[in-house]
Design a protein around this ligand. Structure first.
Ligand SMILES: NC(=O)c1ccc[n+]([C@@H]2O[C@H](COP(=O)([O-])OP(=O)(O)OC[C@H]3O[C@@H](n4cnc5c(N)ncnc54)[C@H](OP(=O)(O)O)[C@@H]3O)[C@@H](O)[C@H]2O)c1
Length: 176
């Protein structure tokens, strides 16, 4: 099974200055991190080179890490593929019942979106930046997947992160 997992602020903003939008503002969303870890552990993650670098160029532990890059060289604990299709083929070959998560960034999500079975989107109810501002990356499709492809929202769980003083929704979509 192929799933997408992502966390976005208003306008679908997912990155500012090569950091998560909230981290750019000095805030950590612990419950979102906990959920990401819990969902992806034991499974397979596919990510772009930018995302891999934003994770400190280290593989996420207890997961099969596949990095998509046209130019990255081998790295311990990481499988490198030159395009998304070959990354996905490799992931399927290794899956043995594991879920394959496309964890970002945008080019990985764009290719995974038309074929993904499920989406796990954390909608963070905050304007961190205008989407057209310098250094800001956004993927607004995640705020309305039903309009862009055949997905149905199947659950929405609201959460208030006290420490971060931030509301967010964990939303699940399933392909119809
Ligand atoms: N909010 C979230 O849920 C979330 C999730 C993930 C990441 N992020 C943030 O997003 C930022 C990184 O994402 P990004 O969108 O800027 O970059 P990215 O997609 O992670 O990485 C882009 C690079 O990945 C390689 N790549 C991606 N797709 C490819 C394809 N189909 N074929 C070949 N190569 C491909 C290319 O590397 P080469 O140049 O080496 O060829 C490309 O330059 C970071 O700030 C991170 O914190 C946020």
């Amino acid at each position: 099974m192929l799933a997408i997992i992502a966390a976005v602020g208003n306008y679908g903003v997912y990155s500012i200055g090569n950091k998560l939008p909230w981290e750019h503002h000095g805030v950590i969303l612990r419950e979102d991190m906990r959920r990401f870890k819990q969902m992806t552990t034991g499974n397979i993650v596919i990510m772009g080179r930018g995302t891999f670098e934003s994770l400190g160029k280290k593989p996420l532990p207890h997961r099969i890490n596949i990095v998509v890059s046209r130019r990255a060289r081998t790295k311990d604990g990481v499988l490198i593929e030159s395009n998304f299709a070959s990354a996905l083929s490799l992931a399927k070959y290794l899956a043995e019942g594991r879920t394959i998560f496309a964890i970002g960034g945008i080019s990985v999500w764009r290719e995974a979106f038309p074929i993904a079975d499920e989406l796990y989107i954390t909608e963070v109810n905050k304007e961190y930046a205008r989407p057209d501002a310098d250094g800001v990356r956004s993927f607004p499709v995640f705020l309305d997947p039903e309009r862009h492809s055949r997905f149905k929202e199947t659950s929405r769980e609201g959460f208030f992160d006290k420490k971060a003083d931030t509301y967010y929704d964990f939303v699940k979509y399933v392909r119809t």
